[in-house]
Ligand binder design. Structure first.
Ligand code: NI
Length: 254
């Protein structure tokens, strides 16, 4: 065996060892370990959120427009099997039709948020109609599950600064938008939805999905299993907000 050949053989072995060592260390501790949520000081809520800065591997998975009589229970089953907590932005009229499903969500540790009674674009409504949409949904959720929402999601993401202030001040609701959108309402392909969530999730992200499309439910096992394998922790939106912190001074952009 020539010197060059022997060298390249050793080099190959060295590269293999490095790759294996790197993979093992990357798998063992991919993301920082966060403190217990109970140990955190309370923070002042912001008027609205697209994502949070938790300093840990947390993401909030959200489902809008349900509950759906068949798809939502199937989703709850697959979330429960993985110990994943989610937040459901429910439509009030669907809550009144399926209150037992909303009660189950709460019993299984999920958060319920307000997504209005009839899914209108809120900026197009007068003040009284906005109040009816919001308070009607809060009443439906209270009747179904005995909880009052702390967060809301405006239909279509349509919101104004004045409406945000009203929702904060009059109803105690933080406005929750999102940072990852697989457009599952439009692209009804499970493979697309799961891959978009896997590729775009980041620590502190708020993931948007809809539990009224079969393709979205079908996307969840692959998406959840891949994100859990990467080390992500699924928390409710309110827990994500509780963990939100200002960026480290050194990381602030000038
Ligand atoms: Ni919606």
């Amino acid at each position: 065996m020539g010197l060059a050949m022997r060298f390249s053989k050793h080099l190959g072995l060295l590269v293999t060892i490095c790759v294996v060592a790197f993979s093992v260390s990357a798998c063992a501790n991919p993301l920082p370990v966060p403190p217990s949520v109970d140990a955190l000081p309370t923070v002042t809520r912001k008027p609205s959120y697209n994502s949070c800065n938790t300093g840990g591997p947390h993401v909030a998975l959200t489902f809008d427009d349900g509950p759906h009589p068949q798809l939502t229970p199937a989703l709850l089953d697959l979330l429960a099997r993985r110990g994943v907590k989610a937040t459901f932005y429910v439509i009030g009229k669907n809550v009144n039709a399926h209150p037992d499903i909303v009660a189950r969500m709460v019993a299984e540790g999920h958060e319920i948020g307000n997504h209005t009674m009839n899914h209108p674009s809120l900026p197009k409504l007068g003040a009284a109609a906005v109040s009816a949409e919001i308070s009607g949904t809060n009443d439906a959720i209270r009747n179904a599950a005995g909880v009052t929402p702390a967060t809301m999601r405006p239909p279509y993401g349509a919101i104004t600064p004045a409406l945000t202030r009203r929702l904060n001040d009059e109803f105690g609701l933080s406005v929750i938008l999102w940072s990852v959108d697989p457009q599952d309402w439009k692209i009804r392909k499970a493979g697309h939805v799961s891959q978009h969530l896997i590729d775009n999730a980041k620590p502190g992200a708020i993931l948007l999905a809809h539990d009224i499309h079969p393709s979205t439910i079908e996307a969840m096992p692959a998406a959840l299993d891949a994100l859990l394998a990467k080390g992500y922790q699924f928390v409710t939106v309110s827990e994500l907000i509780t963990r939100d912190r200002p960026p480290e001074p050194g990381l602030q952009k000038p």
